[in-house]
Design a protein around this ligand. Structure first.
Ligand SMILES: Nc1ncnc2c1ncn2[C@@H]1O[C@H](COP(=O)(O)OP(=O)(O)O)[C@@H](O)[C@H]1O
Ligand SMILES: [Mg+2]
Length: 369
């Protein structure tokens, strides 16, 4: 299908709307087809989910692919419901193949099957917390019984550490060892939490997966990608303006996509730096009300710190005397604990250069206060 606007701001619409990631996609395909599980880590909005879906596409018909995002899941029971429904819904999508077979696997809890209009079947599990573990085990037994080659991606995997039930990772890992026909992609955006599970020698997944981190798309291939669409539509494309856009957001995919999407929707070509600035302001202003509420919902110290980081862009030493004086911030100890809380809630983010406001549009909005 041809899209009216080629610059997506969410989801995946096929390789023609997907820029580069050639090496990363082949690395993932190679890992999956050679029996290695992968841990994929990058900050939000770099393009992890897109890369997973592009890899699924590339894996083609030989594989059954299952995608599950667990960001909004808070406990084991809900996780098992989501995981088991996703697995069954994909592995057994046609009504004829369902039935007795599945029922025999799920001893602890029978899934409810709902036929869909397109002939497929959807599954749901109404389980109590006491049934969660055994239903998960049943699901893995079921996976192991299938003849298909299966790839299962669990996105925002670090969320599993927020569950009140402890040690979920450990038995997930133990079940995974017995499903040779299925391979896993564990994607996550919180590096330290992912590291604790996959990199630390005490972690349950220590040395059990191939570690992959995702950098931003290179300026060169991103520019060519964007130019392709503008030129094909006989719109102007200024490589300088693109370079300026790319550099303003350090190449982070979602911001670049958002600006290109907006420029495109105005029916414009990519013309000038001034146009980029104008478009960015438009996007930032649109979220003003939301940012206003977000700011107000933080404590006073957190608000002051956020504004200070927003104004500076990036702050190397968060509790340094000159930074604190410059912005008339509270005492260093207060700032350190405010920073820790904001970081935990993903409102600020620590890069190699220092702390930044995680949502770069929010950062720009704060800078403009
Ligand atoms: N290689 C790519 N080419 C074009 N757009 C992409 C690419 N990767 C991601 N995107 C787009 O960028 C945005 C953020 O990507 P996403 O995969 O959701 O990031 P993450 O999962 O790391 O938060 C989405 O709108 C997605 O459609
Ligand atoms: Mg994602």
């Amino acid at each position: 299908m041809k899209l009216d606007n080629p610059f997506l701001t969410r989801g995946y619409a096929g390789p023609e709307y997907f820029c580069d990631r050639v090496a990363e996609t082949s690395a993932l395909v190679s890992a999956m087809s050679n029996g290695r599980d992968v841990t994929l880590v990058a900050p939000r909005r770099y393009g992890k989910t897109g890369l997973i879906l592009n890899t699924f596409k590339k894996l083609g018909e030989d594989y059954v692919t299952v995608y599950l995002d667990i960001l909004a899941i808070d406990d084991l029971t809900t996780f098992v419901q989501a995981f088991s429904s996703a697995v069954l819904g994909t592995l057994d999508s046609t009504a004829e193949r369902v039935g007795r077979k599945i029922v025999s696997f799920f001893k602890s809890c029978r899934p409810t099957m709902t036929p869909q209009n397109d002939g497929s079947v959807s599954f749901s599990f109404d389980i109590s917390p006491t049934q969660a573990k055994s239903t998960l085990k049943d699901t893995f037994d079921y996976i192991a019984s299938r003849k298909q080659k299966i790839v299962i991606a669990i996105d925002e995997f670090q969320q599993i550490r927020e569950f009140p039930e402890k040690g979920v990772e450990a038995y997930l890992r133990s079940y995974i060892q017995f499903v040779p026909n299925a391979h896993f992609i564990f994607a996550g955006s919180k590096k330290h939490m992912m590291d604790e599970m996959f990199v630390s020698s005490q972690g349950p997944f220590y040395q059990s997966t191939q570690l992959m981190s995702l950098d931003v798309i290179s300026a060169d291939s991103y520019s060519k990608f964007a130019k392709g669409f503008f030129s094909a539509a006989r719109r102007r494309f200024s490589p300088t303006a693109f370079a300026y856009l790319y550099q303003r957001f350090e190449g982070v995919t979602w911001y670049v996509q958002s600006v290109l999407n907006r420029v495109w929707s105005h029916g414009e070509g990519l013309e000038s730096n001034e146009q980029i600035d104008r478009t960015v302001s438009e996007l930032v202003d649109e979220s003003g009300l939301f940012y206003h509420d977000l700011l107000r919902s933080q404590t006073d110290a957190e608000q002051s710190l956020l504004k200070a980081i927003g104004r500076e862009g990036v702050v190397g030493a968060i509790s340094a005397g000159d930074f604190i004086r410059r912005h008339r911030l509270p005492a260093a100890s207060t700032i350190r604990s405010a920073a820790a809380k904001l970081q935990n809630r993903d409102i600020i983010y620590r890069t190699e250069k220092g702390f930044i406001v995680y949502d770069r549009f929010f950062g720009l909005w704060l800078a403009g206060l």
